[in-house]
Design a protein around this ligand. Structure first.
Ligand code: ADP
Ligand code: MG
Length: 262
């Protein structure tokens, strides 16, 4: 139902503990939305940006994506409309989404990244008329939710990625609490790297105990890990069980959007 889907614009922050799979999931989700014919803008906020790799760019192409200027966009005190920033700084990717790089620390001691966070905040605040999904792949940590103003304050939903460890679920619980303080309307969890039914049960029970909805569970995929290790360039075929899990996550996101819109 493209007509319905098109009305529902989503600003999504992908968050969670370091190494849980935020960038991997961000790439897969952004690609899945783009494959449905939707206009997707994916924003990398890692100071060591690598979302481009997950969207099929080479390392050199990923490193060549220009970093957004540290100025707020129009409507948030700046002078540049969001669509102009995207046109100038965005780069098309083989996976389909337009990639923006918000923060890069090129040299040691180059200073703080507050300006980049402010730019992402104001990009999310600005209504992007023709963008169906704005996805922000966040740097690990909770700073972006507690940083004065909150980089993700204008997100509609947060997707908090967990691996089957207690610590990653604890991070999810803290994230959900901070998101509520910031007034972000919804938080959903995705379990990643599940090696079997015990891990799926762990996600279900541990997240339910924290009152966080589980949108889906992605299996541990040896091909994903191997591609990362070998540095293979380009888009990987998505395994059927990963595709199935992604479809569940997409459905849960759309259901959450409908709930929030209602
Ligand atoms: N479903 C998965 N199966 C196997 N390995 C995975 C999976 N998701 C992520 N990984 C691996 O885990 C590591 C961290 O993933 P990454 O997406 O970079 O995490 P983050 O962005 O949260 O730091 C990478 O080596 C990646 O290839
Ligand atoms: Mg990452």
């Amino acid at each position: 139902m493209p007509a319905v889907a098109r009305q529902l614009r989503l600003k999504l922050g992908v968050v969670g503990k370091g190494g849980v799979g935020k960038t991997t999931l961000s790439g897969l989700l952004a690609r899945a939305y783009a494959e449905q014919g939707r206009h997707v803008v994916a924003i990398d906020t890692d100071s060591n940006p690598n979302l481009g790799l997950s969207l099929g760019l080479s390392l050199a192409e990923t490193e060549a994506v220009p970093v957004l200027p540290r100025t707020a966009v129009m409507g948030a005190g700046g002078t540049t409309p969001a669509h102009e920033l995207i046109a100038e700084y965005g780069r098309a990717t083989p996976a389909g989404p337009m990639l923006l790089s918000a923060i890069k620390v090129a040299e040691a001691g180059a200073g703080c990244t507050c300006g980049g966070h402010a730019t992402v905040r104001s990009l999310l605040a600005d209504a992007l008329e023709d963008v169906d999904l704005t996805l922000v792949d966040m740097e690990a940590g909770l700073e972006h939710l507690s940083r004065s103003g909150g980089t993700l304050a204008h997100a509609d939903l947060l997707l908090v990625v967990c691996e089957p460890t207690r610590k990653s679920v604890l991070t999810a619980a803290r994230t959900a609490a901070l998101a509520a303080e910031l007034g972000i309307p919804g938080v959903l969890a995705v379990g990643n790297k599940a090696r079997g039914p015990e891990d799926v049960a762990f996600f279900r029970d541990a997240l339910a105990a924290e009152g966080i909805e589980l949108a889906g569970v992605l299996p541990h995929d040896a091909a994903v890990a191997a591609a990362d290790q070998s540095g293979v360039v380009g888009l990987l075929p998505v395994a059927p069980d990963v595709q199935q899990a992604l479809a569940e996550v997409l459905a849960a996101l759309e259901a959450a959007q409908v709930r929030l819109a209602g």
